[in-house]
Ligand binder design. Structure first.
Ligand SMILES: [Zn+2]
Length: 108
């Protein structure tokens, strides 16, 4: 079971997204050389919680042979409603008044 920080409710903390990229398993060890199978991304064979979930459907290697890539997704900023006056100011800034051009006399 994974350790979970005390008092954490999952809010305000970054989410760590874990992906598995290219397979790095050396298939040429018996030959004393180095050769990978060319699998570019781990694709689980089974659903989470089953033994097949750690086997790649493309190359049949264990997930641990694939490069582990972690991405930190920052938490969304707290949602706060701006005061009514500020909201009006933002609206006015988004839609500036049309430029005023002097009327042109065209029929002189
Ligand atoms: Zn592989």
């Amino acid at each position: 079971m994974a350790a979970q920080p005390r008092g954490s409710r999952g809010r305000g903390r970054p989410v760590i997204l874990v992906m598995y990229a290219a397979c790095m398993r050396n298939h040429a060890i018996p030959l004393g050389s180095y050769a990978v199978d060319g699998c570019g991304e781990f694709l689980p064979t089974g659903v989470d919680g089953t033994p097949e979930a750690v086997l790649c459907a493309a190359c049949n290697c264990h997930r641990n042979f694939h490069q582990r890539v972690e991405m930190e997704i920052p938490p969304p900023p707290p949602r706060r409603r701006a005061p009514r006056a500020a909201r009006r100011a933002n609206l006015a800034a988004d839609f500036p008044p049309p430029p005023t051009t002097p009327p042109q006399a065209r029929w002189n």
